[in-house]
Design a protein around this ligand. Structure first.
Ligand SMILES: *Cc1c(COP(=O)(O)O)cnc(C)c1O
Length: 436
């Protein structure tokens, strides 16, 4: 399999090379050149994420140096589960399930992509090559997932840049508790300035001579493609039991999770409709209803990991569905205000006994406000993107109680927090990077 850019350059790359580069040279995003078509029986005997993942991803690594290692990679990356459970207490003729994606080391779905990418990078890297430094700017969940995935791996280091004072105390701890080959810098500036610093570092020839830099941001194919695996495994398990497709409501920001679901659907997996649940950043819902793409500055909401005003993966979605009418047959999008997020967290705690994280609550609100007819027409699945224990500052006052902390997170809270503070200047970042 070769990969091409969404922007139409003639370049074609293999899997490993597309992962290593991240972004195509014409500024586009890598997508598969062709779509293999699977049938449900192709997965007979495959049940776990790793078993389904090995078969699903095999065509994508065909001809690549990683082809013989894909089984080992998925077994290493997907060493925790993604259970589907029934949400109890709905009306008799409605099916509502929740797909739990928060069982990984940092309790959010980004662990799947980050762990897969780390497992690939470790194997792509030549053992005698210079150490690689993965630079990530983060406004919340990404930095923690990437740090956790690369922590303790030889020959690779991670540098996390986060805006000082602009991430929650819980998030900050997850960015700064690693040590060893992971360093965290609190930048005196905004998230956008952290991103600018990363870009400048990549453009700095002197720095790049001193160390090999790489990125692990969410547009990397190696973070997106593995996310198709949990949609494949979940829809297969559902289809085998119920003989019908499953439709997903996905809390969305940069659309990486949603595109992974649409890719699984394109590959022939039994997936029905895909509903994009956005917070007050309404670029995507407006595009679907009006047909015009008008990116704008992001606004801060309670579901902060979805505060994206110009979602980069829209480029992949439009590449998959160049025809707007076809896109709207399969995909719909709804925007939810903060007041509705608060209401939904309180109400579903009382009604279903479910405690949602603020992101998952956006999806729950979308389901709750659908017409009864639409709720009955399909088997729905809420994609639960993070544990509420990551956002106690938001959730606990609403449910007037404590959220229980998963053991994986509790272990992180036990580690000491260590970080260095720098100005938002490349010079200071360079001094910091060279100091070790
Ligand atoms: C990143 C994130 C999202 C948004 O996912 P995208 O792939 O950017 O659409 C939703 N919920 C949580 C908890 C996240 O961390």
């Amino acid at each position: 399999m070769r990969f091409r850019s969404t922007r139409g350059s003639q370049q074609r790359l293999g899997f490993s090379e597309a992962l290593w580069r991240g972004l195509a040279e014409d500024g586009g995003l890598y997508v598969p050149e062709t779509w293999p078509l699977f049938s449900v029986s192709d997965f007979d005997g495959a049940e776990s994420l790793a078993e389904v993942g090995e078969r699903l991803l095999a065509p994508f690594v065909e001809g690549d140096p990683l082809a013989t290692q894909i089984g080992a990679i998925v077994r290493e990356a997907f060493n925790f589960s993604a259970p589907l459970r029934q949400v109890r207490g709905t009306a008799d003729d409605e099916i509502l399930t929740a797909l739990e994606l928060s069982n990984g080391p940092t309790a959010a779905f980004k662990d799947f992509g980050a762990r897969f990418l780390a497992a690939c990078f470790q194997r792509i890297r030549k053992p005698d090559a210079a150490p690689v430094n993965i630079l990530v700017a983060t406004s919340g969940d990404t930095g923690g997932a990437v740090a956790a995935a690369f922590h303790g791996r030889s020959g690779m280091a991670v540098t996390v840049l986060f805006p000082k004072g602009l991430v929650s105390p819980t998030q900050q701890h997850q960015l700064t508790c690693w040590g060893d080959n992971v360093r965290a810098f609190a930048v005196r500036g905004t998230f956008d300035e952290c991103q600018r610093l990363v870009k400048e570092a990549f453009g700095d020839a002197a720095l790049r001579q001193h160390q090999q830099l790489s990125s692990a941001n969410s547009i990397n194919l190696g973070r997106l493609l593995p996310q198709a695996v949990y949609y494949a495994a979940t829809s297969l398990a559902w289809y085998r039991k119920r003989d019908r497709p499953l439709s997903f409501i996905i809390p969305s920001g940069n659309l990486g999770n949603a595109v992974a679901c649409l890719w699984a659907r394109q590959l022939g997996l039994p997936i029905g409709h895909v509903v994009l649940a956005h917070n007050a950043n309404r670029t995507v819902p407006d595009f679907l209803s009006q047909g015009e793409w008008l990116p704008r500055a992001s606004i801060a909401t309670l579901a902060s990991a979805m505060d994206v005003g110009n979602p980069s993966n829209m480029e992949r979605m439009r590449d998959l569905f160049p025809d707007h009418v076809r896109l709207c047959d399969v995909v719909s999008a709804i925007s939810v205000e903060d007041s509705a997020i608060r209401h939904r967290i309180r109400e579903d705690r009382a009604r279903f006994g479910e405690v949602w994280c603020p992101h998952t609550a956006v999806a729950a609100e979308v389901w709750a406000t659908m017409s009864a007819e639409r709720r009955r027409a399909e088997a729905w699945c809420l994609v639960s993107t993070a544990s509420p224990a990551k956002f106690p500052e938001v959730v606990e006052p609403l449910i007037e109680g404590r959220v229980s902390v998963p053991e994986t997170l509790a272990r992180l809270f036990d580690r000491p927090s260590v970080f260095e503070e720098i100005d938002a200047s490349l010079e200071m970042l360079k001094v910091g990077l060279k100091s070790r």
